[in-house]
Design a protein. Structure first.
Length: 239
C-alpha cells in the first residue's frame, strides 16, 4: 500500500462531476438503495446506509433523492431490484482491475464491462483472478489546509484514533484503517477536521509500473468503465 496515492483518482472524479451529475446521483441512489435493502432504513442501526447517505450529501445530492432511494428499498415505493457484482480482469500493461457494479440486468452489464476491457487493450478475467491482490480498507482524506496543528501532532492524533497507515503529500493526508474501525476513526477525526473523502474501499497490496502508452490506455479504460451507469467503483493497482 505504501507509496501509492488514491487522491489523484478521487480528485479526477471530483473535477468531472459537474458534467456527469445526473449519472452520479443515479449511482449514489443505487448505493443507498442496496444499503437500505440489506440493513433497513434506520440510520442509527445501519452503518452502511449512514456511510452511503453521507457520501451522497457530500456530493450535494438532494434530500428528496436520498429519501426516494430509501423508500424504494423498503417497499414504500415501487422500484428496481439491484444486485451487486464484482468483475475482475487485467488492464493494459498487466494492471489488475476490479469493477464493482449494481445492476438490474446482469447480461447488459457484463456485455458493457467486457466491451470496455476489449476496446482498451484489457482482458476480463474469471472471479478471483485479481481480488487476492486487494484488501478492504477504510480510507479518509484530510487536506493540509484544514489542519492547524503541526504534522507530527496530527499524525499522532490519527494513530491514536485508530489509523493503521498514513501517507501524505503537499496537498493531503491519506489515512487507512481496518474496515471495522473505519466509522469510529472517521467520527473521531471529523470532530476536529473536515474530510475531503471518507469511504470503505479496496486497496492494492502492490502496484504495477506501466509505460506512458499503457498508462494512457489504462486511463481510458477507467474513464469508460466509470461512465457506465451500472458501475459503482473501479479499483486498480496501476502505479
Amino acid at each position: 500500500m505504501a507509496g501509492h496515492s488514491k487522491w489523484h483518482n478521487i480528485r479526477h472524479k471530483k473535477n468531472a462531476k459537474d458534467a456527469k451529475r445526473g449519472k452520479l446521483f443515479m449511482k449514489l441512489a443505487k448505493e443507498i438503495y442496496v444499503a437500505a435493502k440489506q440493513g433497513g432504513a434506520d440510520l442509527e442501526t445501519n452503518a452502511a446506509l449512514r456511510l452511503a447517505v453521507d457520501k451522497a450529501k457530500s456530493n450535494n445530492m438532494p434530500n428528496e433523492n436520498i429519501e426516494r432511494a430509501i423508500k424504494k428499498a423498503t417497499g414504500n415505493l415501487e422500484g428496481e431490484n439491484y444486485e451487486e457484482f464484482t468483475y475482475e480482469g487485467y488492464g493494459p500493461g498487466g494492471v489488475a482491475v476490479m469493477v464493482d457494479v449494481l445492476t438490474d440486468n446482469k447480461n447488459r452489464t457484463a456485455s458493457e464491462v467486457r466491451h470496455a476491457f476489449n476496446k482498451n487493450n484489457g482482458n476480463l478475467g474469471e472471479n478471483g483472478c485479481v481480488s487476492f491482490m486487494f484488501h478492504r480498507k477504510g480510507y479518509i482524506v484530510i487536506e493540509r489546509s484544514n489542519i492547524e496543528v503541526d504534522e507530527d501532532e496530527f499524525m499522532l492524533e490519527a494513530v491514536e484514533a485508530g489509523c493503521e497507515e498514513i501517507e501524505s503529500n503537499e496537498e493531503v493526508f491519506e489515512l487507512f484503517t481496518d474496515p471495522t474501525d473505519f466509522e469510529s476513526v472517521r467520527n473521531t477525526l471529523t470532530q476536529q477536521y473536515t474530510t475531503a473523502a471518507a469511504e470503505l474501499t479496496m486497496v492494492a497490496d502492490n502496484y504495477t509500473p506501466v509505460s506512458d502508452e499503457h498508462r494512457e490506455d489504462m486511463e481510458k479504460l477507467i474513464d469508460m468503465l466509470e461512465d457506465l451507469e451500472d458501475v459503482q467503483e473501479v479499483h486498480h493497482n496501476m502505479q
